[in-house]
Design a protein around this ligand. Structure first.
Ligand code: PLP
Length: 264
């Protein structure tokens, strides 16, 4: 059986559009995305889930609007950026039905330009203290946009260079977001594993443990607390360990060190 048949709704449409694009002239990035979606599907099956239960955020930082457009035209709708300046320049040049995820370190003074510059911002994945949560909460109210979904970033590797709340302080911050920020919608937990992957499985395990504590403490189900973990080098492992949201850049768009020519 064609596994794509098991996809539903939006994903089925996405898959169909991908294969249509594949049969026509297909760009490198769109082809790479198809291959990623296939690997995601297989990893999902190994973890006893369907591919529609895992969201692929195509991380387009440093990549041109035209390359993003190519991936969009192949049917993909979810993209991620990690610099405010970059996302507010690109988003207005791209279709409004893109679901943007902000995945970078967010400073208080950038909250207003981010929210006003990207009306179709779907998620901020990187809330790591109460101050930034409060600032987002107030700005959503000020500009009158719909409630903003946020994730709490957890520093699971203990590296000082990484942003994120300490795992031990995770529940407290989640409570603040869920109970004290009426204009934010708590969506789940996010982490970046160690870059050399040596302790990545432990990092992912730590995030899953944080979710158990959060769910117990807030009285919510695991389905109400997503796990954003997994990047180009480790997304299959992350999915097998329960990830619901993988953030994939270079495997789709090519290495960032050697950017393609950037036609505007
Ligand atoms: C850049 C980035 C990614 C994507 O990294 P790749 O290894 O290129 O897939 C994922 N998450 C965050 C937070 C990033 O900054």
């Amino acid at each position: 059986m064609n596994n794509l048949e098991s996809r539903d709704g939006e994903r089925a449409e996405e898959a169909e559009q991908s294969s249509m694009a594949a049969s026509a002239m297909d760009g490198v990035a769109a082809a790479a995305l198809r291959s990623v979606l296939h690997r995601v599907q297989q990893a999902a099956e190994r973890s006893g889930r369907g591919p529609h239960q895992i969201r692929v955020v195509a991380v387009s930082k440093t990549k041109s609007v035209s390359l993003i457009r190519e991936v969009y035209d192949s049917g993909h709708r979810c993209f991620g950026e990690n610099y405010v300046q970059e996302i507010i320049e690109k988003a207005p040049q791209l279709p409004e039905d893109i679901e943007w995820h902000f995945i970078g370190n967010l400073q208080s003074n950038k909250v207003k330009p981010l929210l006003t510059g990207v009306p179709n911002l779907a998620v901020v994945e990187t809330v790591d203290d109460e101050k930034i949560a409060d600032r987002l909460d107030r700005m959503v109210a000020t500009i009158g946009r719909k409630p903003l979904k946020v994730m709490v970033q957890v520093n699971t590797s203990g590296e000082e260079s990484k942003s994120g709340v300490d795992p031990a302080a995770c529940v407290e911050l989640v409570k603040h977001v869920a109970l004290g920020c009426p204009n934010l919608e708590f969506g789940g937990l996010m982490t970046i594993g160690m870059l050399d992957y040596t302790s990545t499985p432990e990092n992912f395990k730590t995030l899953a443990n944080c979710r158990s504590e959060v769910c117990k403490s807030l009285g919510i189900t695991e389905e109400q607390c997503e796990l954003s973990m997994g990047m180009s080098g480790d997304f299959e492992l992350a999915i097998e360990m329960g990830s619901t949201n993988v953030r994939i850049g270079s495997t789709i768009f090519g290495a960032r060190e050697y950017p393609k020519k950037q036609p505007k």
